[in-house]
Design a protein around this ligand. Structure first.
Ligand code: CA2
Length: 146
């Protein structure tokens, strides 16, 4: 049976491609989703792809992914740096979870250097732009048990 993976995107990532192109590039979230769908086909993964500006909705989606899915990729955006709720939600699930950031958070303001998500993620990819999502799908293929 096909494995089910979830990709969650946090606040303001719906604006990708419209503004701050110097930091986040010119590719929009719909294009990233399309590239992720193509990559998922290579591994026979079924993909659920979401964006929300709401922290509570992200918690709900993490719980849903943990209950009914096989792997999770999350770009928690600004909540990476603030959210104990997302930390706790990821800690409570038992599926491989890859944290992705488009930008290199360690080359930016110091408040972005700490992530509440990294200690509970299986791994973290940052600074590679949309390619990070594609690499994360490949990483899940190595982490999800048969
Ligand atoms: O580099 C990333 O992927 C981030 O998760 C993006 C977050 C930022 O708070 C993190 O520190 C790093 C911000 C997402 C906001 O995206 C925008 C895109 C276009 C215009 C404005 C914001």
């Amino acid at each position: 049976m096909a494995k089910k993976i979830t990709i969650l995107n946090g606040p303001n990532l719906n604006l990708l491609g419209n503004r701050e192109g110097d930091i986040y590039g010119t590719v929009g979230l719909a294009e990233i989703e399309a590239a992720c769908l193509d990559e998922c086909a290579r591994f026979d993964f079924e993909l659920a792809f979401f964006q929300t500006n709401s922290e509570g909705e992200l918690v709900t989606q993490i719980q849903e992914a943990g209950a009914n899915g096989d792997g999770l990729i999350i770009n928690p955006a600004a909540y990476s740096h603030t959210s104990v709720a997302l930390h706790d939600a990821i800690r409570a699930i038992n599926i491989p979870t890859i944290e992705v950031h488009l930008s290199n958070i360690y080359a930016r303001e110091t408040f972005r250097h700490h992530s509440y998500i990294s200690p509970v993620a299986t791994g973290t990819i940052c600074g590679l732009g949309p390619t990070g999502y594609i690499l994360a799908i490949g990483a899940l293929a190595t982490q999800i048990p048969e």
